[in-house]
Ligand binder design. Structure first.
Ligand SMILES: [Zn+2]
Length: 332
């Protein structure tokens, strides 16, 4: 340990950066050779004050110095009064290479060694290949798509190392204009995802290597797509057949109608014949589930529903129907 910078600036290890600065300014003024004279002692002391400030005002250097200082105190059993405070004493210890207790410690060498170790670790870290992160997303499909199999186009946002600055964020000292200093770029990639027939709800499809990019030669992550099968409304399945309940109004049942019904083959116009009864079944051939070159039908069950709200005019028309009705649906 060559010098006690705390003693030189007349402060302690607990002094704040502001206190260090104030102490330095005060002493630098007091011991300036223009003020205190040009003697070798004054010049040496002025140099020490500046040196002390350079180390203690830099957080990293201060932390390393503190470590070295404590180590020295411990190893040598030195008391605070044993630390040298002036350049003249420094000369003495430099000559012998050891202090008066016969213990030598060069903290500058200690810091330099520590710095080299940190740099080595940093470089080592940079070169280690890093596998890209896995990415997770979801795909929603209908029960028919799940049973028949389908393909879905999805767009995934992918992040890459900026090709312009190679992730360094700066080019020739200026912020990279391509990635605006982010070091990475994001683009959408289109995937045509094949979903096999008979896929179960919550199952995952893995697209190998389509996750985040690996670093320093590391492999890419994977993309996992979780399948969500939409809860079917008014549909059931029976083997390859799709069973559907179709609500119709009383007048559609009486007069007949053409109603558009969504099926595996797209919308199909379903003909309701006049005088259709409640519960009557209509078969739409070839509109069921397709599996292994076989195809089922859609079976539509008609359900006559009374509208929940009706206008006074509608109700009065029903009253009129009641008055003029000639037949009964009951046999007796
Ligand atoms: Zn860039």
């Amino acid at each position: 340990m060559t010098k006690d910078y705390y003693k030189i600036l007349d402060i302690t290890e607990l002094s704040s950066q502001d206190e260090i600065k104030t102490a330095y300014r005060h002493l630098a003024r007091k011991w300036h050779p223009d003020v205190a004279g040009n003697s070798p002692d004054v010049i040496a002391r002025f140099k020490d004050i500046n040196e002390a400030y350079q180390i203690l005002s830099d957080r990293t250097k201060k932390a390393d110095y503190d470590t070295a200082r404590r180590f020295y105190s411990y190893a040598s059993g030195a008391k605070k009064s044993d630390f040298k405070t002036t350049g003249t004493e420094k000369k003495k210890s430099e000559k012998t290479g050891e202090d008066k207790r016969g213990f030598s410690f060069n903290w500058e060498e200690f810091i330099a060694k520590k710095y080299r170790e940190t740099q080595f670790k940093k470089e080592k870290k940079v070169k280690t290949p890093k596998r890209g992160e896995d990415v997770y997303s979801d795909i929603e499909i209908s029960i028919f798509e799940a049973m028949s199999g389908t393909s879905k186009v999805i767009n995934m946002l992918q992040t890459h190392i900026c090709p312009n600055c190679s992730g360094r964020k700066f080019v020739n000292g200026a912020q990279c204009s391509f990635c605006k200093g982010k070091g990475e770029t994001s683009t959408y990639k289109r995937f045509n995802v094949k979903i096999p027939a008979g896929i179960k709800d919550k199952s995952k499809i893995r697209l190998s290597g389509e996750g985040d990019k690996g670093l320093y030669g590391g492999a890419n992550g994977d993309l996992y797509l979780t399948i969500h099968i939409r809860e079917p409304k008014n549909y059931k399945t029976d083997g390859l057949n799709i069973l559907k309940t179709l609500p119709i109004t009383p007048y559609e049942a009486v007069l007949g109608a053409n109603i558009s019904v969504p099926t595996m083959k797209g919308n199909v116009s379903l003909k309701i014949a006049p005088n259709t009864q409640n519960g009557q079944k209509i078969r739409l051939s070839g509109c069921g589930i397709v599996q292994n070159n076989r195809v089922g039908d859609m079976i539509v069950t008609v359900e006559i529903q009374i509208p929940k709200t009706m206008t006074n005019e509608e109700i009065s028309l029903y009253k009129r129907l009641q008055e003029i009705s000639s037949t009964s649906v009951r046999e007796d």
